[in-house]
Write a protein that binds this ligand. Structure first.
Ligand code: HEC
Ligand code: HEC
Length: 355
């Protein structure tokens, strides 16, 4: 299909609207020529798109202590995140699965535990969780502090008991000194291990993608394809009905029609049929780096995800927002280009794990 570039279309419509307006008597209720053009092709300005999506504000991070953690606490948390001592056999750290070189995922459809066992779900990325209030695909944790102690103890993940972990870290001079300096003489306890790790995770912030520079007024920051994709995202494809706000998530749960056996959110909120097969809306910042996709890792590429939505999902769902979108091949690629324009990789140098 031949696609008329939106800008040329906008000019044509604006010109037509101007002719019509000039031919009519002036009246207050007549829409301005600009409004006619906007409504006719539902093209939104960067300022309008910023109201629906936007750039995350550092001021909006809700730190549990009311203030950002100190650099020293972040370094402690980062060191713990990369330390395989947190797993029973001493072979696996958080970063084994949440690998900074793979967008804080592991590049696999489903995660793999410390005993070589396959996990039931895809390893999610960790970008911009500082603004989040629900964690895990099914939302079963409500803070990063609480979340961090989960994988350590899970038999299928790091398989480490908390007293054993604390005893192991107390045997390391550097940890003893750092915990004492930050949390006091009896500070080396599981709760503060979770706290330090969470403090590090809140520094994994991505907010200077081409999309952010475009929102800030740099019209050349995004390719024409990505600009059309942004219009589709908030327009014809309605992605922002769920992927809303600066991190592109409503932090709610939806069944998008993956149709596997995983009950998802329903396991924690029983008696709610619509939550069967519903999972947390993924934040989409740096999504290009975090393939494969969805809670079951069932889609290998961003193009595949968009094609999935374009079909109206794979299996029937009661969510009224999941239905065939009628996007043509060019529009699918425009959406992929927009998702790519959300990329702002973070450089995370691996710390030296103390002896
Ligand atoms: C064996 C691989 C593995 C290890 C090790 C691991 N994780 Fe995960 N992580 C996962 C998987 C898989 C999920 C999704 C599980 C689910 O939702 O049921 C997850 C989910 C998370 C989430 C929730 C993200 C979100 O968007 O809700 C956070 C945060 C997280 N992990 C942090 C950590 C930290 C911190 C550590 C180390 C203490 C760690 N993980 C160790 C595989 C792993
Ligand atoms: C009805 C709400 C809803 C709509 C509409 C929606 N999404 Fe999603 N999106 C979700 C949920 C929920 C997930 C996680 C679902 C799962 O894993 O089962 C998700 C996951 C994704 C992922 C995978 C992220 C990852 O890290 O695995 C991408 C990419 C994505 N959506 C893009 C889009 C695009 C592009 C559109 C518009 C064409 C769109 N979404 C429309 C709710 C929605």
């Amino acid at each position: 299909m031949l696609r008329v570039p939106p800008r040329r279309r906008a000019h044509a419509i604006a010109a037509l609207a101007a002719v019509i307006a000039a031919a009519l008597p002036a009246a207050d209720h007549l829409p301005s020529t600009a409004a006619v053009a906007t409504v006719a092709i539902s093209e939104r300005s960067p300022a309008e798109i910023a109201k629906l999506l936007g750039t995350p504000s550092l001021d909006a991070i809700d730190y549990p202590d009311g203030v950002a953690p100190s650099a020293r606490e972040v370094t402690l948390g980062k060191t713990l995140f990369f330390d395989p001592r947190l797993s029973k056999p001493g072979t696996m750290s958080c970063a084994t699965c949440h690998n900074p070189d793979l967008g804080f995922g592991d590049g696999m459809a489903l995660g793999q535990g410390v005993h070589g066992n396959r996990l039931g779900r895809n390893t999610p990325h960790l970008y911009n969780l500082a603004w989040n209030r629900v964690f895990f695909w099914d939302g079963r944790a409500s803070s990063l502090e609480e979340q961090a102690l989960g994988p350590i103890q899970a038999a299928g993940e790091m398989d480490m008991d908390l007293p054993g972990m604390v005893a192991r870290l107390r045997g390391v001079t550097w940890y003893r000194d750092e915990f004492t300096a930050l949390y006091g003489a009896n500070g080396l306890v599981a709760e503060n291990i979770g706290k330090a790790i969470a403090g590090f995770e809140r520094t994994l912030v991505s907010r200077n993608a081409p999309f952010d520079r475009w929102l800030a007024g740099d019209a050349a920051a995004m390719s024409p394809e990505a600009v059309r994709g942004a219009q589709l995202f908030v327009g014809k494809a309605r992605c922002n009905a769920c992927h809303s706000g600066p991190n592109l998530t409503d932090e709610s749960f939806h069944n998008i029609g993956t149709g596997d056996a995983d009950a998802g959110r329903a396991k924690f909120v029983p008696g709610t049929a619509t939550l069967t097969g519903a999972f947390k809306t993924s934040g989409l910042r740096n999504v290009l780096l975090t393939a494969p996709y969805l809670h079951d890792g069932s889609e290998a590429s961003l193009e595949a995800v968009v094609r999935f939505y374009n079909q109206g999902g794979r299996k029937p769902t009661t969510d009224p927002l999941i239905k065939p979108l009628g996007l043509d091949g060019g529009e699918i690629l425009d959406l992929v280009a927009f998702l790519g324009a959300l990329t702002d990789p973070l450089r995370v140098d691996r710390p030296q794990v103390p002896r």
